[in-house]
Design a protein around this ligand. Sequence first.
Ligand code: G4P
Length: 533
Amino acid sequence: MSSDVATEVKRRRTFAIISHPDAGKSTMTEALALHARMISEAGAIHGKAGRKSTVSDWMEMEKARGISVSSTALQFNYLAEHSEPGIPSVINLVDTPGHADFSEDTYRVLTAVDAAVMLIDAAKGLEPQTLKLFQVCRHRGIPVITVINKWDRPGQTPLELIDEISERIGLTPTPLFFPVGIAGDFRGLLDRRTGEYVHFTRTAGGAKIAPEEIMSADDAAAREGDEWTAAVEESELLSEMGQDHDQEMFLAGQTSPMIFASAMLNFGVRQLLEVLVELAPPPAGRVDIEGNERPVTDPFSAVVFKVQAGMDSSHRDRLAYMRIVSGEFERGMVVTHAQTGKPFATKYAQAVFGRDRSTVDTAYPGDVVGLVNATALAPGDTLFDGPKVQFPPIPSFAPEHFSTLRATTADKYKQFRKAMDQLDSEGVVQVLRNDTRGDMSPVLAAVGPMQFEVVTARMKAEFNVDTIIEPLGYTLARRTDAESAPELDRQRGVEVFTRTDGAVLALFSDKWRLQYIEKEHPDLTLQPLVAAA
Ligand code: G4P
């Protein structure tokens, strides 16, 4: 079996797209699927009118084309130049919830991928949500491929974008495909490694795969004139500055292969797929809490990275998504839940990928599978078969929104406590407490405000407790310790809490308050919380 697993692992690539809303993530997702020839016309789904959310787009895609889709992971096969001859690569694209539902889940998804595609709008450059997600990738050592999207529209120059990325986040872009034609006049791509020109032809509405013509530098010069010369000169300049692709530096998170593209016109999309297959790492083993590695060919193991509960019904519709770390998953297996030691039957597990959800039975490292009836599972939990393994918990991420939660009536004390414990253990929000506020008025900390809405809705639906959320005047948190806590508590605009996992957090009204206190009391422990491992 393990040689099968090794073969399956080798051909898999699991990644997420990190971007700011509107950079083109949905359009790119669809374009990638189009290139994998799963969809014949992107326009069939991505209509001009009535755009839907990514989730429903994907579901529509699944219905319309029978491709393997879920709201969380899209899987497709793609036979790339660097795939084993005749054996398509298997691409898993894990969705990062974004937009209004930006939440801790958005970050947690990044624990389930082996690479990220940072999608940037050519006119806007780096935007806040992209930066936040990038920091998590950096912290977790996830290699990043950069795609400059919307090159068909006016935007910044390539060198401006490259400088911005190098300077603001210390990641050195190493373009593999450099644009020919300024932003707004996208003619094609210079393949910097071969020196060839990939000329694109527009299709009506970008609905079909854009026909490509590969030509030599001489032919390109004759065809594109100054635009070609400019691209070649800038590319040479980049080489002189050492900005050529280096696989080790990419895997170490120091450099980022870069592609210029137009998801809408399907320009550069094939190149992205090729780069993913050629350069992104296949699924690898993972180190457990004891520091031992679970190699991919070991018996089955997986990490739960997201739990989704219906807002309006019982526990039964709770779906846990796991990423397989090792071995072969077969539906129906009884596996062990490492946190409780209890068996977990996957008889009713839904493989959330596959043409027909009910007939896909096996999955391999890198794949994402949804488990129904997953009441006992929380993000970060481990499932395994064979030798016991438990992977480290998913870190909690730096919250930026803080609110108090209280019940509208005092008689629901027990239910309130129970509900809080449940939602806390599921990782829906971070729960902070201190003696001053007491148990019935905990402070909830979240990465995105949507998380609070989920709490109040579930409090009502599942525990029948009406609650009120009241925003608190804090905007940032730092990790501190018991020694520093009393001094911090004496400061204006600061409050100290203990999180359920035992971490001591100080909340600050604003960054100036924090800076002032850091200056006045340099001896206090105040550490940033970004994706603390
Ligand atoms: P998101 O998921 O990252 O939020 O972005 P989405 O794909 O929804 O794209 C946001 C807008 O940007 C859409 O326009 C989309 O058509 C457009 N877009 C995406 N990629 C490209 C590109 O390569 N070039 C150009 N010119 N536009 C692009 P919209 O007006 O909001 O929707 P629609 O009217 O196009 O459907």
